[in-house]
Write a protein that binds this ligand. Structure first.
Ligand code: LLP
Length: 442
């Protein structure tokens, strides 16, 4: 944690860059991601563009694996594809030994397309359709996390009908507040997720008696962008107690899926570390002889991506300086949706060196919510200046829409000195290619 962290003060651009190994400022070439100038990418591909650092993703996967390995526990990692499901990213993480956590038929197929073995896929989600469950059974995924009594009965029926057995975990709602944004908190009693922990023993017994399902353990996930270890400890302790209780009732409980949720330091704020999380896991499960699964998403990829943008124009209104970018809430929705704070840094070293003044950084979409930052200290930025919005590798491109008929931005992968477009910028025509105008209208 930076000793100088002040909760109310934003870090400077230089501080943001210094804390992120994937980027650095070059006096002539401007901001680099790994060894590639963002200017070269913008010149070739245009903006807005998502740019990812492969090295950062690998390094973070290794860092997490090492910290977990040091616990001596049996822990497997299942990348939560929802954070960023690009095939290239899933492949990078697969090469680091990770399986996948999928939450829809689409993610399941994407994971398979990226080469993840079905056995390494955990299928989660509060509302899996019958079709999706059939697909999961047909490809024989490693585990299905069941979130309700109704889903349990449905899955048992489908599996029995298909003549197979589903390995299932019951997802427990431990009634723990993850102390994160309300919209991404999932483990409180009132949240839609999981089975109330009091109901778990009876439902586990029911699962053990049903045909077509083999209960192998429990699962939980209390939320995302969790910035202290206390909620993890509280949830894991509750799950560990349930494991003991279920075993006492004669059930085999072989595994516990501990979900994701590890937060990242968007504002250089103090954040929990993989070692801290490993400690919380060890404290709860060290004497239970249970196989653990983790489903990290954000922590692995958020700091590995930037959104490269160009200033369309600047304007002053009622004393506020507005910097209007060519990226908008349709590209990166996190600030509009969760009031999320993302670092914004100039790409040009000369721009970065000028004294900062306050500005609102906004997009061109016709909503006041299309605001990336309010009252942010940034040097003056003129038309055509470029900026990078930081830490957008997770829940960035995957949450994009084409609102305001804005085509999806390009995506680029950087690996050392090499880089490549990994998704072409969508064409405008592609926006309506699947539309038709019926005869009775024409
Ligand atoms: N496992 C389950 C069952 C989940 O629902 C999630 C995230 C994860 C794992 C991965 O959590 P992570 O390690 O990434 O925190 N769009 C929001 C985040 C939504 C998270 C949803 N579930 C955002 O931009 O902050």
């Amino acid at each position: 944690m930076p000793a100088s962290f002040q909760p109310d003060a934003d870090p400077t651009g230089a501080e943001l860059i210094a804390a992120r190994p994937s980027i650095r400022m070059h006096a002539m070439d401007g901001l680099l991601i790994e060894d590639v100038p963002l200017n070269s990418i913008a010149d070739a591909v245009g903006t807005p563009s998502w740019v990812y650092s492969a090295t950062t993703m690998r390094a973070r996967a290794r860092n997490l694996r090492t910290a977990l390995a040091e616990t001596g526990l049996d822990i497997s990692l299942h990348y939560a594809m929802k954070a960023n499901d690009h095939l290239a990213i899933v492949r990078i993480l697969r090469a680091e030994g990770l399986g996948a956590d999928a939450v829809s038929g689409g993610e399941l197929d994407r994971g398979l397309a990226a080469g993840i073995a079905p056995a390494d896929i955990v299928y989660s989600g509060v509302g899996k359709s019958e079709l999706e469950l059939r697909r999961a059974l047909q490809v024989d995924v490693g585990q299905i996390n069941v979130e309700s009594a109704e889903e349990l009965e449905m899955l048992s029926g489908i599996a029995h009908d298909m003549g197979c057995t589903a390995r299932i975990a019951l997802r427990v709602n431990p009634d723990v507040d993850a102390e994160t944004h309300a919209k991404i908190s999932t483990g409180r009693a009132r949240d839609k997720f999981g089975i109330p922990w009091n109901d778990v023993p009876a439902l586990y017994a029911r699962a053990a008696a049903l045909p077509g399902v083999d209960p192998v353990g429990l699962a939980t996930h209390i939320g995302s962008q969790i910035m202290s270890l206390a909620p993890f400890r509280a949830a894991y302790a509750r799950i560990a107690r349930l494991v003991t209780e279920l075993r006492g009732a004669g059930h085999a409980v072989r595994s516990v899926d501990c979900g994701g949720g590890l937060g990242v330091a968007y504002r250089n704020e103090p954040a929990p570390t993989p070692t801290g999380l490993a400690g919380a896991l060890r404290a709860a499960f060290h004497n239970l002889d249970v196989q653990l699964l983790l489903e990290p998403g954000r922590w692995l990829v958020a700091p590995a991506g930037v959104l490269l943008c160009t200033v369309v124009l600047t304007k002053r209104s009622a004393g506020t300086r507005f910097v209007v970018l060519d990226a908008a809430m349709n590209d990166l929705v996190r600030p509009a949706m969760y009031d999320a704070w993302h670092g914004i840094v100039p790409v040009s070293a000369a721009d970065a060196a000028r004294p900062a003044e306050q500005a609102d950084i906004v997009g061109p979409v016709c909503e006041t919510g299309d605001t990336f930052a309010r009252g942010r200290a940034l040097p003056p930025l003129a038309r055509n200046a470029r900026v990078a919005i930081l830490d957008v590798g997770a829940y960035g491109s995957v949450m994009s829409s084409t609102y305001n008929a804005r085509p999806l931005a390009a995506e680029v992968m950087v690996d050392g000195e090499r880089w490549s477009v990994i998704r072409a910028r969508q064409s405008t025509e592609a926006l309506w290619q699947d539309e038709s105008v019926p005869d009775f209208i024409a």
